[in-house]
Write a protein that binds this ligand. Structure first.
Ligand SMILES: [Zn+2]
Ligand SMILES: [Zn+2]
Ligand SMILES: [Zn+2]
Ligand SMILES: [Zn+2]
Ligand SMILES: [Zn+2]
Ligand SMILES: [Zn+2]
Length: 241
């Protein structure tokens, strides 16, 4: 019977209706029509892409070229805040953990292509394992050129060196939708501008700026709290020994 080294039960090829709306237990991506394996044990809803069932236990990865990664089915013990180095989100299913240092990533992030054709840009974008945008003094975030949202410094990006064009990981793949959204937003704005007298337009612009400022402040506060949290963990470790 088919086995996967990260799961103790046997697996069988899943019927199409089994994989329907579900997500893969290993990479956390949609299964949709892709071939999948599901668990043979009743009441166990472990299901995974056929391609994920071929994942190696050990992996070499360009983001940490001198070390090797191990596939873990869950966060190691005592890891309270187990987030992905690539995208910053928590790792809640399988992850690749570096054998020698603190680097770890989602399976889906480990499998990101090194180069992608992005609808929002005329050149192919290359995957970068550090933030590539030079940032303005001490600023801990930069802006995605596709969606204009702030991205915290240090996470992986897709980048065109020639044009200094950068996107977060999601936008590199979904930029078309983003572009349409932008267009809609612009159309909305145009309509608004025709209707609103100038004083109201100015007031609206002020509110937009204020919202932006509040959002950034919130993000910076979160970053500070995170740092404090990590510090307090480090301190409690120190005092425990
Ligand atoms: Zn199972
Ligand atoms: Zn998968
Ligand atoms: Zn990730
Ligand atoms: Zn490492
Ligand atoms: Zn973006
Ligand atoms: Zn370019």
């Amino acid at each position: 019977m088919k086995k996967f080294h990260g799961h103790k039960h046997g697996l069988k090829l899943a019927a199409a209706e089994d994989s329907g709306e579900k997500t893969c237990s290993v990479c956390e991506q949609e299964l949709s029509d892709a071939a999948a394996f599901s668990c043979t044990k009743r009441d166990c809803d472990f299901i995974l892409h056929q391609s994920c069932s071929e994942l190696p236990k050990k992996l070499k990865h360009k983001s940490d070229p001198n070390h090797s990664f191990s596939l873990l089915s869950e966060p190691p013990e005592h890891s309270l805040y187990y987030s992905c180095d690539a995208c910053g989100d928590l790792i809640q299913a399988f992850g690749f953990q570096c054998d020698e240092c603190d680097h770890r990533m989602h399976v889906k992030c480990a499998l990101l292509p090194e180069s992608v054709e992005c609808k929002a840009h005329e050149h192919a974008l290359e995957l970068h394992y550090t933030t590539t945008k030079p940032n303005v003094d001490g600023c801990t975030f930069f802006y995605c050129d596709a969606c204009d949202e702030a991205v915290t410094e240090g996470y992986w990006t897709y980048y065109c060196k020639e044009c200094d064009f950068v996107t977060d990981l999601d936008c590199a793949f979904s930029a078309e939708a983003v572009k349409e959204k932008e267009k809609e937003k612009e159309e909305d704005k145009e309509e608004d501008e025709e209707e609103l007298p100038i004083e109201l337009q100015l007031a609206k612009a002020r509110i937009d700026m204020e919202n932006q400022r509040v959002r950034l402040e919130f993000q910076m506060q979160m970053a500070r709290q995170n740092a404090q949290f990590m510090n307090s963990i480090a301190n409690s470790w120190r005092s425990a020994f």
